[in-house]
Design a protein around this ligand. Structure first.
Ligand SMILES: [Zn+2]
Ligand SMILES: [Zn+2]
Length: 109
């Protein structure tokens, strides 16, 4: 059995909120130029199966920017918080999503 963890998160203004339970996997950090330009630093992300992410508020307030041929970056259209990286057009990765660790409540406490 894989260990799971419960998570909760939201953007800065609270318009977008989400939660879920997913395998407890280590945080990954991306240092690519795009991530650094997007967030002014390395992008710390928690990656999980897309189906394990449930929105509790504001799913339609999330806007997506197509940042490459295969991936898009999601942010709150009200406050601009960076929230998601999703390789929605990548054959192997499209069923997973990465959440910006800064949006998780474990980090906000
Ligand atoms: Zn917001
Ligand atoms: Zn990156």
């Amino acid at each position: 059995m894989t260990k799971t963890m419960e998570f909760k998160g939201r953007c800065l203004c609270g318009e977008v909120a989400f939660e879920g339970e997913a395998p407890d996997e280590p945080i990954s950090t991306c240092h690519c130029k795009q991530c650094r330009q997007w967030g002014s630093g390395p992008f710390d992300a928690y990656s999980l199966p897309l189906k394990n992410l449930q929105f509790t508020a504001g799913e339609d307030a999330v806007k997506y920017y197509e940042s490459s041929d295969f991936a898009r970056r999601g942010f709150c259209s009200k406050c601009g918080s960076n929230l998601f990286w999703h390789a929605d057009r990548h054959p192997q990765w499209k069923d997973r999503i990465s959440i910006a660790v800064g949006a998780l409540e474990q980090q906000l406490a």
